[in-house]
Design a binder for this molecule. Structure first.
Ligand SMILES: [Cu+2]
Length: 599
């Protein structure tokens, strides 16, 4: 800053000198003009270089650019000194040899001189323009040279939003940060305002993918387990919030704070921590605003939720076909081998609503497995996703350590379990945060028939789950999951799908309906309007059998998250029988379907 002030002062001083000196030297108009000609030599070039150079030095430019530009400015100023001597010499020479006296036709001569001067002026203007252009070119050359000397420093220019008004100190703060177990360690860094910050980030997690996104738009990109990168944040002028943008990781507490220390430091605009007198320390679940960064959360933030397009009555279109709810009998054999491939695919989840789901074998719910007590299931899990995933089968009893471990993208594992008990069992991704992984589609059912399960005319299976919609085409909104505010509650992965494509049955047929509630947060109250259940099996036991001595029946199968069972009934007459979760708000947001019963 003092150098800049000196530069401007020198310029003003030299400017004044160039006008005063010729007058002081005297010697008539010719002498003054002669001195002026010398003082103005390369004037446009010098003025352009000095002023443009000084202006660039004022910007938050890389230090090499500042060095080269200030060098140019100094040269421009220094060039005036020899011109002063040349001016004095020219003035003296003009005084010694005064112009010849005026003779002949004075009028004609004056006219000729005027024309000459006009032509001369035109030429001078043209020269000045060329010189000014040369000055601009010289400064641009210095800037390019400065950037070439230190290319990484240009990010400092990008970071001007956070460094605005803070003079660069020329110092660099460098910090090593580890990403592991839903935490950044350390979770914050103190940076003297004006310092450049470089974060050396390493993902030391065994299997999960992480990144670091800052509120000012800096983004490390996704790091696979063991991978590392350096994030040049540029000049730090104020505090910056950061977080891992993999869906749900921020909600798990994976947040990071850059604390700008020193008098010049201010909180980021829009962050009221300081105003509230609260702590600016990183806290799980704190809110961040950013529309610039990338990643799951960023893709969700600043964009309208796809929930605004929800219309449970809307026709899903002629291409729509409902998920097959009919359940085939258990296949023969006692060993069931399956490959479950985790994919991340965009699918329609309600009329006009698309989400990027995380799925087992591209379906929501995942494949329904069925067997008998004592059967062995050998599942190969392949992670074709972009982050860590895993699987947990409630149908097996085993130590979760190895089979339920999270595997990185591209990895696979084999999960073998023996079905020791009957029931309709949930399976789901067990990678943190499970709420988001389940809500985004990673669940399914394993049905183990109770021994002597009577044959029926028709079996259906419904898996109830909740949608917490991100933007159109985006992933689950983990904030809504945390607040337990689902946008839709659905059977078999699509809102109200069996209203659009009703299931069918005949009067007098015995119908068994298996229901699994995977949540992740809400309970279910399965009810068929116009029907009564004479058989209820819930969580491993018959609650009700036909022809019981009490002559009792049941209206609702109540299921907490991760509970399941089945009901049986016969429809009394032909008609349209809606089925719902009798938690009415859920029935009104997608947990609703229809059975068309005919004779
Ligand atoms: Cu998962």
């Amino acid at each position: 800053m003092p150098a800049l002030a000196a530069g401007f002062t020198a310029q003003v001083l030299f400017g004044a000198l160039s006008y005063l000196l010729p007058v002081v030297l005297g010697g008539g108009p010719a002498a003054v003009r002669a001195a002026n000609t010398e003082f103005a030599r390369f004037g446009a070039l010098r003025i352009t270089i000095i002023n443009l150079g000084l202006a660039i030095c004022l910007l938050p430019v890389p230090s090499w650019v500042r060095v080269l530009c200030s060098g140019l400015v100094a040269l421009g100023l220094a060039a005036f000194l020899p011109l002063i001597f040349r001016g004095i010499r020219a003035s003296r020479r003009a005084k010694k040899n005064p112009p010849e006296p005026v003779t002949g036709n004075r009028k004609a001569q004056v006219r000729a001189t005027k024309e000459e001067r006009a032509a001369q002026q035109k030429q001078e203007n043209r020269n000045s323009l060329g010189l000014a252009a040369a000055g601009v070119a010289a400064v641009l050359f210095a800037v390019a040279g400065g950037v070439a000397l230190d290319p990484s420093a240009t990010t400092a220019i990008n970071a001007s939003s956070t460094s605005a008004g803070v003079a660069a100190t020329g110092e660099t703060t460098r910090v090593s940060v580890e990403a592991k177990d839903m935490r950044f360690t350390p979770a914050s860094v103190d940076v003297p305002a004006g310092n450049r910050l470089i974060i050396d980030l390493k993902n030391t997690d065994d299997e999960d993918v992480h990144d670091l996104v800052l509120a000012d738009g800096h983004d490390s990109g996704r790091l696979a387990p063991g991978e590392s990168t350096s994030l040049d944040v540029g000049i730090i002028g104020s505090d910056i919030d950061g977080w891992c943008s993999i869906a749900g990781h921020k909600q798990m507490g994976m947040v990071f704070t850059v604390n700008a220390t020193g008098a010049a430091a201010t909180r980021d605009a829009g962050d009221n921590d300081a105003a509230d007198g609260g702590s600016a320390d990183a806290m799980p679940g704190m809110d961040h605003d950013s529309a610039q960064s990338t990643g799951d959360d960023a893709a969700n933030e600043g964009t309208a939720s796809a929930a605004s397009g929800l219309d449970f009555m809307a026709d899903p279109g002629k291409d729509f076909s409902a998920q097959d709810a009919e359940l085939p009998p258990a296949p023969g054999g006692t060993t069931h081998k399956e490959i479950f491939t985790v994919t991340e695919v965009e699918q329609v989840v309600a009329a006009n609503v698309r989400q990027k789901l995380w799925l087992f074998n591209d379906t929501m719910p995942g494949p329904t497995l069925r067997g008998k007590v004592g059967d062995v299931f050998e599942i190969t899990l392949v992670n074709d996703g972009s982050m860590g995933h895993s699987i947990d089968f409630h149908a097996g009893e085993l130590a979760p350590d190895k089979p339920m471990r999270t595997i990185a993208p591209g990895k696979s594992l084999t999960y073998t379990f023996k079905a020791t008990h009957s029931g309709i069992w949930m399976y789901h991704c067990a990678t943190m945060p499970m709420s988001s992984h389940i809500a985004n589609g990673m669940f399914g059912a394993v049905i183990i028939d109770p021994p002597e399960l009577p044959a029926v005319d028709k079996e259906f299976v419904f898996v109830q789950s909740e949608f917490y919609l991100g933007p159109q085409g985006g992933v689950v909104d983990s904030e809504k999951v945390r607040r337990e505010e689902p946008d839709a509650v659905v059977f078999n992965g699509f809102a109200s799908q069996y209203d659009h494509e009703p299931l069918t049955a005949h009067v007098g047929e015995r119908v068994r309906i298996w229901v699994l509630n995977v949540g992740p947060n809400r309970s279910s109250a399965f009810h068929i309007i116009g029907g009564q259940f004479d058989t209820v099996y819930k969580e491993g036991a018959y609650v009700l059998r036909p022809d019981n001595s009490e002559k009792g029946a049941s209206q609702t199968l109540d299921l907490e998250a991760a509970q399941g069972g089945f009901v049986e009934l016969e429809f009394a007459e032909a008609g349209h029988y809606p089925f719902v979760s009798h938690k009415m708000v859920d029935a009104e947001r997608g947990a609703h379907g229809m059975v068309d019963v005919s004779k």
